[in-house]
Structure formats: C-alpha cells, structure tokens
Design a protein around this ligand. Structure first.
Ligand code: AMP
Ligand code: MG
Length: 482
C-alpha cells in the first residue's frame, strides 16, 4: 500500500510549473529497485505495478504530474528558458517519519520545456544515477536518491541507438538556485518570496517567524548548507561536473549525476566532463564556483531583504564575502578529521597543505593515500608501503598526534569515519553500466552496491572494487544530458 501523493508544488500557481502527463512507453519493466528507500517511504508494490507507476504509465492516487519551471546560469551564461525538459514531478509523499519528499520521474517524455530535446533518458545514465546517488548516500554526502530505474522497452537515439529508461528521483525538494533566478529575472518578486518561504518551511532555518532579517537568515542558512555539501564532495573526491545554478538545490543536496566523476590521483585541476574545456567545474574549483552560485541566489533575494537595493547589497555582501573564510574553516575541520584529529585547532593548515602538495606532485591516489595513512597507525603496519616522499611528512604528522595526546588507536578510529576504503571508481562504474546495458539485469549494480553501501568497512568483496591506477582515468570522459 502507498499513501496518496500531495500536490503542494503543483498548486503554487501556473507560473511555477506546467501540468504535463508522462509519455507512453512500450514495455516498462523494473531494472533497479531501491528496497531500503522504498521501505522508508512506505512504498510497497509488486514489480508489475512498480513498472507501470515508475515509468509514468499509471498515476498514484492524488498525483497531478507537472514539469517544473526554472532558469539558470550554464557555464556562467544566463539561460532564462530551462525547466524540466524530460522530467515530471508526480507529487509529494510524506514518509512515516513525517518528512516530505518529491517523487520525480526523469526520462518520462517531452514537456513544454523540452526545447529540441526528446524528453528521454538512456539506460546507462539512468543506472549511473542509481549507482552514484546510492554510493554518495552511503558515503554520508547529502544527496537526492533513486528509488527505481524502469527500462522502457523503447530505443533512445544518442551517439548510437540504445535502450531507454525512466529514473525515479526522490528529493526533499527540487528548489534550485535556478528556480529563484527564473522569477527574479522576470521581476516576479512575489514568486521569489513564495519560493523562499517554501524553502524555509522545508529546509529551515527554523523558528524565523516574521523576523525582519528572515530572508537574510535564509541566505546565510543556504550558505551553510552549500559549504557543508562542497566540503563533503571534497572529502570523498567527488567532481560534480556541471555546477550550473539549475543543478544546485537550495537544500544543499547533490542533484544531477550526468557528468560526475570521482578523483583518483589527487589533482585540484581534475576535470572529466567532455564539455568543460576551461575546467570551470574542476575538483579544486568547486568551492569557488559554489560561492559564485550563491552570489546569484543572493541577487535574487535582494528585493526581499530590503526595499533599498543599496542597503540590501550592503546586507548580503558580508555573507558572500565571508564564504571564503567560512569554507576554509569547514574544509580544515574536514581535513583534520581525515588525519585523525577531532579538534581541528590541533593541526596546522600547513600540515594539511604539505600532504596535499606531495599527493599532487607525486600523483598519489587520494582515497588510497588516506587509507594507507590510517594503516600506518595500526600495530601491524608491515603491509603498508607509503611513498618515499611522504616519510618526513608522516613523522611530522605523527609527532603532532602524539603532542596532542591522541593515541594511534583513537586517531585511526577518527580517520576510519572520514576516509572511505572504497569509492565508485570511474572505470568500474563504466564497466558496471556496460554490463547492465548488455544483460538488462540488476546483478552487476547490486554486486557493486553491496560493497559501496558500506564504504567505511572492508568486506570480503571490497578489494574487487578498490582498484586504483592513475592511468585508468587518463582519457576518461563524462557527458551531460545523455
Ligand atoms: P542537465 O544537463 O540534465 O542539467 O539538463 C539541462 C537542461 O536540459 C534541463 O532543462 C533539462 O531538462 C534539459 N534536457 C536535458 N536532456 C534533455 C532531453 N533529452 N530532452 C529534453 N530536455 C532535456
Ligand atoms: Mg539538470
């Protein structure tokens, strides 16, 4: 049984979304199903019903599908006409814990925002979204999740023809920075206020009431959420790949797994997206780009913050300018954790930077290096071979731990919580997608997820997915909107 969907967003008004029915497909069949997530949401269907509902062929009670309107800055250029071009918000579902979630289909057909697109999604990117979002969730990174991938039985034309699929995305909202920009660009300040009030109700901050600084406090809260998000990406080596403002949720959750990749060898310039020629969205640029994106959100909120624009700008500037120091402090706390310090003030930023410098210089694997450092602290470290260039650094680091009375066991425990032993390696993800496309079976994904769902534990199969070799990523390329 499943509770009826609500239509909160659909009811906001015609400017926010367009009623649109999902398209037809020939032979829907469930390829991937997220049992744990379905349980949390109280969704319980037989596979035949799942296939119909999560390909948009049959509507849940209460559902009024809409395509959501939004705009956004794509690679720095404002595009006033985006919106769900191949997606449908079916409605909102309230979980048994009272939390509200959007149930959103992607690849479910054309909408008024499709422009020249076909409204469809190919099977491989659909599977990537399932695999990567589940892996990120398990890593502890805030993210939208994937309930299902249903193959449609139809062919999708991309570089080559291939099978099509529909993804069911579960998110605590789809309020993008680009949604705010959509209305701000049209001078619809009342609509911007409606969005801000909705975002506050869903994502906080709590207990604002009608405080005069309500929208300034909201901006400050969104900045906190985004800093937390980017720091988490940096911690695990995630490269989002397309941080356009339409792909940034104000909730601070990761969305849009199109051209994402994981960094192997440590390199702030790491970039894999085939269209990101300037490296705008490279690993090390992500924090600065997030600040740029937040400045775009701040611009949208100015009229809500003060009728006097100069005053509103004066109010928001300290927040946007303060981002840098706030991010640096949060990044340092995260790195301190990766090195075994629970109190970030006990480790100097220079110590962290010195490690990163060697890693970059020697092209050391980011994930593997931190795992090895943790192993150096165990009683039996005979198996651990660290790079010669790190020997001096390791001595300094261990001396600092000792100086602050942190035992090797305690440091190792802290490190174990911050450093995954396994991440979704690019080439292994590609292999799994390929196998899944060939077999049309869930086995390869489920085998990989068995390991990736426990990324801080070494299981029997973990070693099969730890492979790292800088050469693997040499010509690796990812693609948008596939
Ligand atoms: P994305 O690169 O997925 O963030 O998409 C950017 C914009 O292009 C969004 O408005 C999407 O809805 C739209 N879009 C991407 N792929 C398609 C497609 N196959 N058909 C229609 N619209 C699409
Ligand atoms: Mg997008």
């Amino acid at each position: 049984m499943t509770a009826a969907l609500q239509t909160n967003y659909a009811q906001l008004g015609p400017e926010f979304s367009s009623p649109t029915q999902p398209g037809r497909c020939s032979r829907p069949s469930v390829l991937l199903w997220n049992e744990a997530l379905a349980d949390t949401l109280g969704i319980d269907f037989d596979p035949q019903q799942q296939a119909l509902v999560f390909s948009g062929q049959k509507l849940l009670p209460g559902s009024q599908p809409v395509a959501m309107a939004y705009s956004g800055h794509q690679f720095g250029q404002f595009n006033p006409h985006l919106g769900d071009g191949r997606a449908h918000l079916l409605g909102e579902l309230t979980s048994s814990q009272g939390e509200q979630f959007d149930v959103h289909l992607k690849g479910s057909g054309r909408t008024p925002y499709s422009r020249n697109g076909d409204g469809l999604c190919a099977l491989k990117p659909a599977v990537r979204e399932f695999l990567m979002s589940e892996a990120m969730h398990a890593l502890g990174v805030p993210t939208t999740r994937t309930l299902a991938v249903v193959s449609t039985g139809d062919t999708v034309m991309r570089q080559t023809p291939g099978p099509g699929a529909v993804v069911t995305r579960i998110a605590n909202s789809h309020l993008r920075i680009g949604t705010f920009e959509h209305f701000a660009a049209r001078g619809q300040h009342q609509a911007v206020q409606t969005l801000a009030d909705l975002a506050i109700a869903l994502h906080g901050p709590e207990n604002l009431g009608d405080k005069p600084t309500k929208y300034l406090d909201f901006l400050s809260h969104v900045i906190d959420l985004q800093i937390n998000l980017v720091v988490e990406w940096m911690r695990v080596g995630f490269i989002h790949g397309v941080m356009n403002t339409d792909n940034i949720l104000v909730s601070g959750h990761t969305i849009d797994y199109g051209p994402c990749a994981m960094m192997g060898a440590y390199d702030p310039g790491a970039v894999f997206s085939s269209i990101d020629h300037q490296g705008r969205y490279a690993y090390g640029n992500q924090p600065a780009i997030m600040q740029w994106n937040l400045a775009r959100l701040a611009e949208c909120l100015l009229p809500l913050i003060n009728d006097d624009t100069d005053q509103a700008v004066a109010d928001v500037m300290p927040l946007i300018e303060g981002y840098r120091d706030q991010y640096q402090a949060a990044f340092h706390r995260m790195m301190a954790g990766k090195l075994g310090f629970t109190d970030a003030t006990t480790v100097e930023p220079q110590v962290v930077n010195a490690l990163l410098d060697v890693m970059q210089d020697r092209q050391l694997d980011y994930t593997h290096t931190f795992v090895q450092l943790g192993q150096l602290l165990s009683a039996d470290q005979s198996q651990t071979q660290i790079h010669d260039q790190l020997t001096d650094w390791v001595n300094t680091w261990q001396a600092q731990l000792a100086q602050h009375g942190i035992s090797p066991e305690s440091a190792q425990q802290t490190m174990g919580r911050h450093n995954p032993v396994v991440i979704p390696r690019n080439q292994l993800v590609e292999q799994t997608l390929e196998e899944t496309e060939q077999s049309r079976q869930a086995d390869a994904v489920m085998a990989m997820l068995k390991v990736l769902r426990k990324p801080y534990e070494v299981q029997a199969e973990t070693a099969l997915y730890q492979a790292f070799d800088a050469d693997d990523d040499l010509n690796y390329q990812t693609f948008c909107g596939t």
